[in-house]
Structures are given as C-alpha cells and as structure tokens.
Design a protein around this ligand. Structure first.
Ligand code: TMP
Ligand code: ASP
Length: 260
C-alpha cells in the first residue's frame, strides 16, 4: 500500500491525505489528554469507540439537515471526511453547570441552567484556548458575523436534537464542544460541522444514577473510561450485548447496522 501523507497530528486524532482531492482520512487514536496535554495516557479501545460514536452522531445530524464533513467510515479507527479549513473556535453549549463554568464562577456542578448558554474559545494551545466573545471573533476576523450566526444556530439545533436523543437512552447531555470548517465545493463556500462528537468532547450523565459517562472519568481520575464509552455506544445501539461492535469492519456499508 502506498504510504499516506500525514497532514496533522493532534492530541486524539491524526489527519491523512485522502484518496481523492478534497478528502481527508480522520484517524482516531487511543490517546487521552487533559489540562492542555499536561496529562496523557493511552486508553485501549477509546479510538475505536469514538470513531463509531462520531459516525453515528454525524449521520444523525445529516438526517436532520445539519451539513457535516463526514463522508463514510473506512475501518475501525478511520473515517473519510471532506477537507475543510477549520475555523479556530471551539463552540461550547451548556445545559447544566459543570466543568470550567462551575470553576470560573464558583458554582455548584449539576444545577440545570434556566436557558442554554453558548460560549466561544479561541483554539490556541499555547494560550490554553482562551474564552472569547463575538466581538473578538469578528474584530480579529476568525469568522464573519454571518458565519458566527450560522454556527450558533447550528449549535443550538444540535443541542435540541441531541438532548432528546440522549434523554431517550437515559442520558443527560450536560454540555458539549463543536468545531466548524469552511468547505469549498463547485465554487460555493459552506460551513460544515467538523471534528468529532464523542464522549471526549461532551459531558454525559446517566439520568438515574448521575454516573459520568464521558472524559471527566479521565480528567477526574475516576477510572472506567472505556466501560463508560462502551455503555454510551451500547445504548446508542452501536454495540451488542457482548460488547462487540455491530457490523464491525464492513467498509462497503455506508451506514451502521443498528441492533433494535
Ligand atoms: P469545560 O467545562 O472544560 O469548559 O468544557 C466544556 C465542554 O467542552 C465539555 O463538554 C468538554 C468540552 N471540551 C473539549 O471538547 N475540549 C477542550 O479542550 C475543553 C477544555 C473542553
Ligand atoms: N482536550 C484538552 C487537552 O488535551 C482538554 C480537555 O479535554 O480537558 O488537554
């Protein structure tokens, strides 16, 4: 096989040049980091689960008309995506007080917000991803006012849809982070939902027990990260009772086969 050209290696994923112009292969690693890479561990099986969970969520997004960079899953750890220019922002939506919001404002984790909050962080590891406002975003031209409006509307739509989807499987969607990219096709510019949606970049709490089913298990040294991600995948119908991935390596299938 021809050696693939690596385009970028991040903390949890690697991007390789895709087979055709305008495509990229997104590879999910087992690496987990926290506190801007200060803590790092390799957690067997995390990449495989995040590849599948992201595929499931992005296909669901496409079904409700949210355009994403996702094309198809290639194998256990990789998916084919459309090439985009990533907008250097993390768009965070919060429904419940947790994480940095609780810390920054000295508030108790777990209190439901009276309305959802959208926050923006400027993607820059050297600066530790500082929080910014719409004023900074437009003044520094990280995104135009129209692009920002588009991203916020999409983020809120994703929030409504996924809150319901997770509630249906007994999980509270506490907060999550999205990234967007600009995609050029046939001379048109479009903003696409990019990156990933997995328990690495959202908070998911079991509604009955309050148990954390996300990366806070790693950040807070709770252990059992893969078990938690597996539980999310199982409830989404991606894993069967034995913990095996359904339709594990069938690259011909564009959609995962779900167990009922
Ligand atoms: P925070 O409470 O630490 O600000 O995180 C808010 C949400 O964003 C949470 O679901 C985790 C996610 N997140 C990332 O995906 N990447 C990051 O680098 C950080 C800090 C948070
Ligand atoms: N992703 C960030 C890091 O690698 C922070 C986090 O997820 O908590 O450090």
């Amino acid at each position: 096989m021809k050696k693939r050209r690596k385009i970028h290696e991040g903390k949890a994923k690697i991007l390789y040049e895709g087979p055709t112009t305008g495509t990229i292969i997104q590879h999910f690693k087992d690496d987990a980091t926290a506190f801007n890479g200060e803590r790092h561990e390799v957690i067997d099986g995390k990449g495989v689960l995040n590849n599948r969970i992201t595929e499931y969520i992005f296909l669901a997004m496409e079904e409700i008309g949210v355009a994403t960079h996702f094309i198809k899953r290639l194998n256990m750890r990789e998916q084919l995506i459309k090439k985009v220019d990533i907008i250097p922002l993390e768009v965070v939506v919060r429904n419940v007080i947790a994480g940095s919001l609780a810390k920054r404002l000295g508030m108790q984790e777990g209190i439901k917000l009276s309305r959802s909050i959208v926050e923006y962080y400027y993607k820059d590891d050297a600066l530790n991803d500082p929080m910014v406002t719409d004023e900074h975003i437009t003044a520094f031209e990280w995104a135009t006012a129209t692009e920002l409006e588009d991203m916020v509307a999409t983020a809120l739509r994703v929030n409504d849809f996924l809150t319901g989807l997770f509630r249906g499987i007994g999980i509270q969607l506490v907060d999550f982070k999205l990234e967007f990219g600009r995609h050029f096709e046939n001379g048109n510019l479009r903003i696409l939902l990019a990156d990933e949606f997995s328990p690495d970049n959202c908070r998911l709490w079991d509604i009955k027990t309050g148990e954390k089913l996300d990366k806070d298990r790693f950040r807070q040294n709770l252990g059992g990260l893969v078990d938690a991600y597996q539980e999310v995948a199982r409830r989404l119908g991606i894993l069967n009772e034995n913990g095996d991935i359904i339709d594990s390596d069938d690259a011909k299938n564009d959609k995962p086969t779900l167990v009922k």
